[in-house]
Design a protein around this ligand. Structure first.
Ligand code: CA
Ligand code: CA
Ligand code: CA
Ligand code: CA
Length: 695
């Protein structure tokens, strides 16, 4: 009864006011600043569909609050602060209960923020907004829904005129600090206890993300500082942790803690020898096949030897047996070779050798891959590779941060200079991709993608007389998020004269779907670093929804292909289209919510154990893919928009492969990444630069 009476009184009191308010509110928008100037979000009444609005766009203290058609201007942009204030006008004024009234009905207004209890609110999950001082609910007067109906306080009643959409929280752009004190205890064959010290954040740490080697293992709550993780006997992993706040900001990673779990039970019994090894030659390519060996536990791999030297490895996994074929390519013509195969179990016990198979190659190469020449070795990790107009190549050294000029004819190397401001990440970051424009001969800019202490960047600097002119350095794009892993890094000029770059998600999958963030994207820029006018979103972003793309190449039709690392299930090769969404993090390869409208499916996927591929190159419309964990190179024919006739080369021959690039004469450069590629230490690697002769 009291409610009815009060409502009627209030209605009468407000009738005159309503008319005036309607007129005043109708004037909003004439002089209001643009929508983008306002921080905060609209708060929409459930019953009316109208927005919580400050009358007349007035910033004056004691201005009343109404509902009005939503228009996104600053008098409708509210932010719920951590203190429970509801701020408006870019946070300059607060929603306030007039006269600290704690009895229903009470008037609400805006007022200078005071921090007092009549300006503090609790937003409940049922949509009610409750005054902390009074316990009354924010209420649209009289259950009315029209424009300019006053908003006041009323006894909470669960009706729809007291239910509102949730106001935005404070914009938190500050990531937590990196967790410290990462450590392990209780290492067993299949589990380890991983612990760390709490990170700090301006708002609060909401989650910790636990990784090994760039692969997310598990996320735990911000109150958790230890977790038991499942590990693999005998396999060395680098464990680390990132802190994440509720706004989704991810910290830099903790230090890496390597673990090598012991075997669960010792296996001392070697496999039986592989049998029935046979070899056949097609041109200068030899294909071997054999009958599987047996083991008391399981055969894990086969090692193939030619003339007594190991030339390849065929690996299985804990759940799948290794294959029983191997292709040896690029051999000399009209030459007789002898092969044997040895089987190993997971603990390294080797079988006796198989029978010897002997074969003679034909007089000419009949295969796409006709030979391999070692051009150079390096003590660091060659990452970006470009061929200069004079036939020499430049390659970047990831952890040494310098660039080497290599004459492939003589093997002579000279250092052309160190790129300024580069930092490695104790993971995958450092000095990464290189590119030159077709105009390089007359305008010698070298384009470089690299990590710094705070971001990833695309820069260019001039090459002058075989020296890097570091004083000429121009930062073209900065502020691309970085982390220990997932820094992307490949650069490639397109036939359209634009520079394309691949960026990783910086270990935060949400970045990949945020088109306002440059991480987890393929970017496209003009050579001078400006944004091309025909980019799809008015920014550098060309495509999005990528996890950690590290390969880019254009085919003869001018289409862009991209190679991308998945998390733990599968990797992918994509055909990139302008503005396309490639699905990460909801979809990994073809796993997850990949049927979501708008997601573009990969053209090929790879189990991560057979893939984890970085660089790609296209020569005569064949796609070549250099794989790390898969320790092989794939070749696929681009047929229409499909990849067909997929073949595997160099399986285990050179170990992990990083970069493949077109070489003069229709051949390939191919580089390895076997050691020291998950740290920041310079010159702790032993890598090869190879030339692959294509037929
Ligand atoms: Ca924060
Ligand atoms: Ca065994
Ligand atoms: Ca994808
Ligand atoms: Ca290193």
């Amino acid at each position: 009864m009291r409610r009815l009476t009060s409502t009627l009184i209030l209605r009468r009191r407000l009738t005159v006011l309503l008319v005036a308010l309607t007129l005043a509110a109708g004037l909003v928008g004439v002089t209001a600043p643009p929508v983008s100037a306002a921080t905060g979000s609209r708060v929409v009444g459930l019953a009316s569909g109208r927005c919580l609005d400050v009358v007349g766009n007035s910033r004056a203290a004691r201005t009343r609050v109404i509902i009005y058609d939503c228009h996104g201007q600053p008098n409708q942009a509210w932010t719920l602060t951590n203190a429970g204030e509801l701020r408006v006008y870019d946070g300059s004024m607060c929603l306030d209960v007039a006269e600290h009234d704690v009895t229903s009905p009470a008037v609400v207004q805006i007022y200078n923020c005071s921090g007092r209890a009549n300006q503090r609110w609790t937003v409940r999950t049922d949509g009610s907004i409750v005054g902390v001082q009074s316990g009354l609910c924010l209420d649209v007067t009289g259950n009315l829904t029209g424009n300019s109906t006053p908003v006041g306080m009323w006894t909470c009643n669960n009706q729809s005129n007291q239910q509102w959409s949730k106001p935005a929280g404070p914009a938190d752009a500050s990531p937590p600090t990196p967790p410290t004190g990462a450590r392990v205890a209780n290492l067993r064959c299949d589990a380890v206890t991983f612990s760390w010290n709490a990170a700090t954040d301006n708002v609060g740490v909401a989650f910790y993300d636990l990784y090994h080697d760039g692969q997310l293992m598990r996320s735990v709550s911000g109150g958790t500082l230890s977790a038991d993780l499942t590990v693999v006997p005998g396999v060395t992993w680098g464990l680390y942790v990132n802190a994440r706040d509720a706004a989704g900001n991810v910290s830099q990673a903790s230090a890496t803690v390597p673990v090598t779990p012991p075997q669960c039970q010792p296996d001392t019994q070697p496999p039986t020898a592989p049998t029935q090894l046979s070899a056949s030659a097609s041109g200068t390519t030899v294909t071997l096949s054999w009958t599987a060996a047996r083991d008391d536990v399981a055969v894990r791999s086969y090692e193939v030897s030619r003339g007594g030297s190991k030339v390849g490895t065929v690996n299985g996994t804990a759940t799948s047996a290794p294959g029983t074929t191997f292709t040896d390519s690029g051999l000399a013509s009209s030459t007789t070779y002898s092969y044997t195969v040895v089987a190993r179990d997971a603990q390294g016990n080797g079988s006796p050798r198989s029978n010897t198979a002997t074969v003679t190659t034909a007089s000419s190469c009949a295969n796409p891959v006709c030979g391999v020449t070692q051009v150079a070795t390096d003590t660091d990790i060659p990452w970006g590779v470009v061929t200069l107009p004079d036939g020499a190549i430049l390659y970047s050294r990831r952890d040494a941060h310098d660039i080497v000029r290599l004459d492939p004819a003589t093997g002579a190397k000279t250092t052309v200079g160190t790129v300024p401001n580069v930092a490695s990440t104790d993971g995958e970051g450092g000095l990464l991709g290189l590119a030159i424009a077709p105009s390089f001969a007359t305008d010698p800019w070298l384009y470089v993608m690299h990590t710094t202490a705070s971001d990833n960047r695309i820069v260019r600097l001039r090459l002058s007389g075989n020296r890097l002119d570091t004083a000429s350095t121009q930062v073209l794009v900065s502020g691309i998020l970085r982390n220990k892993f997932h820094n992307g890094g490949r650069l490639r000029f397109g036939p359209d004269g634009k520079l394309y770059a691949s960026t990783g998600d910086a270990q935060n999958g949400d970045n990949a779907q945020n088109r306002n963030n440059l991480a987890g994207k393929v970017l496209r820029l003009n050579p001078d670093g400006t944004i091309p006018g025909d980019n799809p979103f008015g920014s550098y972003v060309w495509s999005y929804g990528h996890r950690n793309p590290q390969g880019l190449a254009f085919d003869a039709q001018g289409r862009l292909w991209e190679q991308e690392f998945g998390n733990g299930i599968m990797d992918e090769t994509n055909l990139i289209t302008k503005g396309g969404n490639y699905g990460w993090p909801a979809c990994e390869g073809t796993s997850g919510a990949c049927g979501t409208a708008g997601f573009i499916a990969p053209k090929r996927t790879y189990p991560t154990a057979e893939g984890s591929c970085s660089g790609i190159a296209i020569v005569r419309d064949a796609l070549y893919v250099a794989c790390g964990r898969g320790t092989r190179m794939y070749r696929a024919v681009i047929s229409g928009s499909s990849l067909t006739d997929v073949r595997t080369y160099f399986n285990g021959t050179y170990g992990r492969l990083r970069t493949v690039e077109p070489a003069p004469g229709g051949d390939l450069w191919l580089t390895t990444t076997n050691q020291g590629d998950k740290d920041s230490i310079a010159n702790n690697s032993n890598e090869k630069v190879l030339r692959v002769d294509l037929g």
